[in-house]
Design a protein around this ligand. Structure first.
Ligand SMILES: C[S@@+](CC[C@H](N)C(=O)[O-])C[C@H]1O[C@@H](n2cnc3c(N)ncnc32)[C@H](O)[C@@H]1O
Length: 198
């Protein structure tokens, strides 16, 4: 089976893993939202054997990651789960101790981002972490010209897409019981934001 491929995932998977290995240091199941090609799921499951990785994606897209998962024969990665964050699909998920999502907040509409936070907050146990990777702005300011251009191209493609602002996400998290605790600078003007469930 031909495998879908993202060069960005190849570039960012190790810097993200370096952080996740410190953050998700206890055994448990980690829900990934919007797994895409599955390159992250496979890399993280391979290098974090104390975890069970639960890939998921929108029901229209969740099979995309199957080829990468099948090729690796890992025992700590579950079949991908069809999860539209803005639906009641959450009810069928296995118990999860942590959550992770990459490059989804600027693709989803703001209503979907709200639904993602609400779903994660309901799913996580107390002290569970939600790690969100991607480009973000700060008080309306982009962190690079390339991010500013990326935001313009997203908005031109679809009005509901766009780079999210840290303060909006911080407020949203707080309204669902998720407290923003860490903000890591990663390569290529991306960040890893970490929320802890109260
Ligand atoms: C830019 S891709 C990122 C894929 C992968 N995480 C990565 O970093 O390459 C955005 C992903 O968000 C997913 N997505 C968009 N809307 C969604 C929704 N409402 N519920 C769940 N996933 C969604 C898409 O299907 C897609 O896989």
């Amino acid at each position: 089976m031909d495998k879908p491929f993202s060069q960005a995932c190849e570039n960012n998977k190790q810097p993200i893993l370096d952080r996740l290995s410190e953050l998700f240091d206890q055994p448990g199941t980690i829900l990934e939202i919007g797994s895409g090609t599955g390159q992250h799921a496979v890399h993280f499951a391979q290098h974090l054997p104390h975890l069970t990785w639960q890939p998921s994606d929108h029901p229209h897209n969740y099979r995309l990651c199957l080829a990468w998962i099948r090729d690796t024969y890992l025992t700590n990665i579950n079949p991908p789960y069809p999860l539209d964050v803005a639906s009641d699909d959450w009810a069928g998920l296995p118990a999860t101790q942590g959550a992770y999502s990459a490059n989804t907040a600027h693709i989803m509409s703001w209503k979907e981002v709200e639904a993602m936070f609400a779903g994660v907050a309901q799913t996580l146990p107390s002290d569970g972490l939600f790690c969100l990777y991607g480009p973000f702005s700060y008080s309306g300011r982009h962190t690079s010209d390339s991010n500013r251009r990326f935001n313009q191209s997203l908005r031109a493609q679809a009005a509901h897409m766009g780079i999210r602002d840290l303060e909006d996400l911080r407020r949203l998290g707080a309204s669902t019981g998720l407290v923003l605790t860490q903000d890591f600078d990663l390569p290529a003007n991306n960040r890893l934001l970490v929320w802890r469930k109260q």
